[in-house]
Design a protein around this ligand. Structure first.
Ligand code: OSB
Ligand code: MG
Length: 380
């Protein structure tokens, strides 16, 4: 498909961080913790033409990866924004990547900055992100990621049935030791064999623990679409070992932090499907590069999520519209997360979410939301 074309630079005058607290409609529990709301940090670049927005997708604590919101805000203010603004402020997304190249890690923080500059460039050019990236569809199939409910298996079944009634095309259930094979067998029996069902362990299993491996072996019998990130991010060899024993495809999330890791994980047989999150890999450009590596290896990808507001969701949905995104993503509608999204909401229609067509991300925060936000500004 088409590589992202070149866009003229924008003259960046300032970078602002807008922080808002948004309660989740239902608590979200994974093997790494329980969240009842998100502290959302939106990043705005002010330019001499159009402004641009990005979303910092970090969780509140360093439990999914090393990154967490307070740390990312510090890194942005002390290290990333100064590098980007100092050597002259005519910027492109590519220049952001270059200027931040010497910084290790902190990919979600970098992604927020890169996305905002790309959004400003696209708004200036009057072009949508999906169009710019070479989208091949105008709506994307939507799955839903269901946390481990406080009420256990009965509540999981009730939630999953509700989402299926609403039209979601596949269910992803979170698992952890003690809430896995039995729960999934009951869920499978309740929703039927025809429903696409997959599990996500968020690295909660120890491949050196026989009981853990036995539990995953039992999950493997349940006709799952895939099993996402059973083991710790660095344990590629363990993923590869069990991937060749299981009938269920292994899909890595946390492990895949850039295109090189994607290539290595595929080559060693650790992953046969990849969850792409633009925050986890450091931005839109790297996310497309990861897709390219996967496509060259005939590995299907899908778009993951980090409980984003409409700003981050807009970027995810554009990404999910690209060639190679072959499975429904965690690109759910706004009302699966929020009573009121920060932007015009994304809605579910016939199991799909429409790809924004407006310039840039095609979404901006509603002014009423911004009125309540805490703002920090960095000038060039
Ligand atoms: O592992 O995919 C994950 C949310 C936060 C952190 C990690 C993950 C998730 C999800 C939710 O599964 C995906 C979404 O609906 O945004
Ligand atoms: Mg995951």
């Amino acid at each position: 498909m088409t590589a992202p074309g070149t866009l003229p630079p924008v003259g960046v005058e300032a970078v602002e961080l807008w922080t808002v607290e948004l309660p989740l409609v239902v608590p979200f529990t994974t093997s790494f913790g329980r969240q009842t709301s998100r502290e959302i940090v939106l990043l705005r670049v002010r330019t001499d033409t159009a402004d641009g927005w990005g979303e910092l997708v970090t969780p509140p604590a360093p439990v999914y990866s090393e990154e967490f919101t307070a740390g990312a805000v510090l890194v942005l203010g002390d290290h990333l924004v100064p590098r980007v603004l100092a050597p002259g402020s005519d910027l492109t997304a590519e220049l952001i990547v270059d200027r931040l190249d010497a910084v290790h890690g902190h990919r979600m923080a970098r992604a927020a900055l890169e996305t905002a500059v790309l959004d400003a460039q696209l708004r200036t050019a009057g072009r949508s992100l999906a169009d710019h990236l070479g989208a091949v569809r105008d709506r994307v199939p939507a799955g839903v990621s269901v946390g481990i409910p406080d009420g256990g298996i009965a509540e999981l079944i009730e939630q999953a049935e509700g989402y299926l009634d609403a039209g979601y095309l596949r269910i992803k259930a979170k698992i952890q030791p003690g809430f896995d094979a039995q729960a999934m067998a009951e869920l499978r029996a309740a929703i039927g064999d025809h429903v696409a069902l997959q599990v996500d362990a968020n690295a909660a299993y120890d491949p050196d623990d026989d009981a853990h491996v036995r539990a995953l072996d039992a999950v493997d019998e349940l006709g799952m679409t895939l099993i996402e990130q059973p083991f710790a991010p660095d344990r590629l060899r363990d993923h590869a070992h069990h991937a060749q024993r299981w009938r269920t495809p292994v899909c890595l999330d946390e492990s895949i932090h850039d295109r090189i890791r994607a290539r290595d994980a595929i080559r060693c047989g650790a992953t046969s499907v990849v969850n792409i999150k633009l925050g986890r890999v450091g931005g839109v450009l790297e996310a497309v590069a990861v897709r390219d590596v996967c496509r060259d290896a005939d590995v299907p990808v899908w778009c993951g999520g980090m409980l984003e507001s409409g700003i981050g969701r807009a970027a995810n949905v554009a990404l999910a519209a690209l060639d190679g995104f072959a499975l429904p993503g965690d690109t759910s509608a706004s009302d699966r997360y929020w009573r009121e999204d920060l932007t015009e909401p994304f809605v579910l229609d016939d199991g799909h979410v429409a790809v924004p067509t407006g310039p840039g991300l095609g979404r901006t925060p509603r002014p009423a939301v911004l009125a309540g936000a805490a703002v920090v500004r960095f000038d060039g």
